[in-house]
Design a protein around this ligand. Structure first.
Ligand code: SD4
Length: 336
């Protein structure tokens, strides 16, 4: 068995076992009953998404909505000391941490987002407030910070973070500029919930590309790029170098791929292949996606080797590996 065949086999088997675990596949039980029996499914990017998923699950079990679950899960990451999410995130080239976040609610197809905010402890909550309290979808910079404060969110005075900035400058001297492929350079939390009613909600939050030019906005707060939820089909979200995602509305593409009948994993993989066909970077894209469909099937794919993503249901909570594509496969030593 070649490395690729072995990997494909393993992916298929793990997907099949995932499908069995969550009670999907060729069951004759009607979808609504199946969902009620199996319970919610929560997916998120990276291993650090797992405790966030678990808090999201508890929020649902305590009677919260899918949207509450998304917000609570992401808030946990925002205050966890994560070096790419929340105020502990990476500073920009001026030594200031500017944060991006968005949220979507499947029923009603509502969306809210904030970009380039400073000092806001919970950008995900600011995004939710934009969605729920304003006629707008997106607020940026000082206006978004002002709005968050007006709505009672914790907003700190931002000062240049000298220590992080010096560490960043030293690191830049050792590496080539714009090398976004480094796992420690950027890690976004994107979390999507499918509740037992079959409704979806999702969100993402990040400090974005470390050392970005002040004012740079990535894919994460852009609806359809860093996140997309369609309550008829499913949800998808991205992590990785936003410049490689946002020119293609990539999360929207993943959801549309699922609409065409692709499995979540294949939908993620096909979006990456499609981008790679036209992108100057080819497969050297540094992007990863997670996806879940309305039936509770889930998956992930990325150009990173063994892209980790977290999955939580009432029956299990674990970190899995997304399908590796292109250069990731070559780096792994396989042949396609
Ligand atoms: C950005 N997509 O700002 C974000 C960063 C990220 O994993 O997702 N890192 O480009």
């Amino acid at each position: 068995m070649t490395e690729t065949t072995r990997r494909t086999f393993l992916q298929q088997t793990s997907l099949a076992s995932a499908a069995a675990t969550v009670g999907i596949g060729c069951s004759t039980i009607p979808p609504a009953k199946r969902l009620a029996k199996r319970g919610p499914v929560i997916i998120s990017t990276w291993g650090f998404g797992k405790p966030a998923n678990e808090l999201a699950l508890r929020t649902l079990q305590d009677g919260g909505s899918a949207l509450d679950a998304v917000e609570q899960g992401i808030r946990l990451v925002e205050v966890s000391g994560n070096s790419s999410v929340g105020l502990s995130g990476k500073p920009n080239a001026a030594g200031v941490t500017q944060l991006d976040a968005c949220i979507m609610n499947g029923p009603g197809h509502q969306a809210g987002s904030v970009a380039g905010v400073e000092g806001v402890a919970h950008p995900i909550s600011a995004a939710r407030l934009v969605m729920e309290k304003t006629p707008h979808v997106m607020l940026v910079g000082r206006g978004a910070g002002w709005f968050a404060k007006e709505e009672g969110l914790k907003v700190l005075d931002t000062a240049k973070d000298e220590a992080s900035y010096k560490a960043w400058l030293a690191a830049q001297k050792k590496s080539s500029p714009g090398n976004g492929d480094k796992p420690d350079n950027h890690d976004t939390v994107t979390l999507i919930v499918l509740d037992t009613n079959g409704d979806l909600a999702g969100g993402c939050s990040t400090s974005g590309w470390s050392g970005k030019i002040p004012g740079r906005v990535g894919d994460s707060p852009i609806i359809g790029s860093g996140l997309y939820v369609d309550n008829e089909v499913g949800g998808a979200g991205a992590t990785g170098l936003g410049e490689n995602v946002m020119r293609y509305c990539a999360s929207y593409q993943v959801v549309e791929n699922m609409r065409l009948g692709m499995s979540p994993t294949e939908a993620c993989a096909e979006a990456i292949r499609r981008i790679a066909r036209t992108d100057p970077a080819g497969m050297d894209l540094a992007i990863n996606f997670i996806a879940i469909n309305k039936q509770g099937e889930f998956g992930a794919a990325g150009t990173q080797v063994n892209f980790p993503y977290s999955v939580t249901t009432p029956d299990f909570s674990e970190v899995r590996k997304g399908q590796a594509l292109g250069l990731a496969i070559q780096k792994e030593g396989g042949n396609e």
